[in-house]
Design a protein around this ligand. Sequence first.
Ligand code: SF4
Length: 147
Amino acid sequence: MSDTKNVSKSEKQPWYANGLQFTCTQCGDCCSGEPGFVWVEQSEIDAMAGEMRIEVDEFERRFVRDVGPDRSLVEYPDGDCILLDPKTRKCSVYESRPIQCRTWPFWDSNLKRKRDWKETCEVCPGAGKGRLYTFEEIEAERARKSV
Ligand code: SF4
């Protein structure tokens, strides 16, 4: 009896087991809006400084802030990421953007409940449309970094 119980437990699938659709429209909305944090590791800072062809020290001075023991990108007062070009609304370090940016919208916080994904689709015009990501692909994105 307990075996049956375990099997059914382990077979319990998350609500997005059939995959989710997403195709980035490059609107820049996920880089703006409410103030928040774009967490960055040293290797990510090094890569972004490299793409901008500036020294790491300068990049850190201009674009990185300490948040307790962690570090995040600076924002404009309106919540836009400091690296979002205000004119083009494109990321100025797109090729080396941090993992947090790469894994949007497949963040734990957006996938917890169906309702969270629905809210994500309301703020992100690319979520819920376009390419179908399989469950395995979504889990691989989630494993890269939980937000
Ligand atoms: S680093 Fe680039 S992709 Fe990430 S929030 Fe800033 S502008 Fe957007």
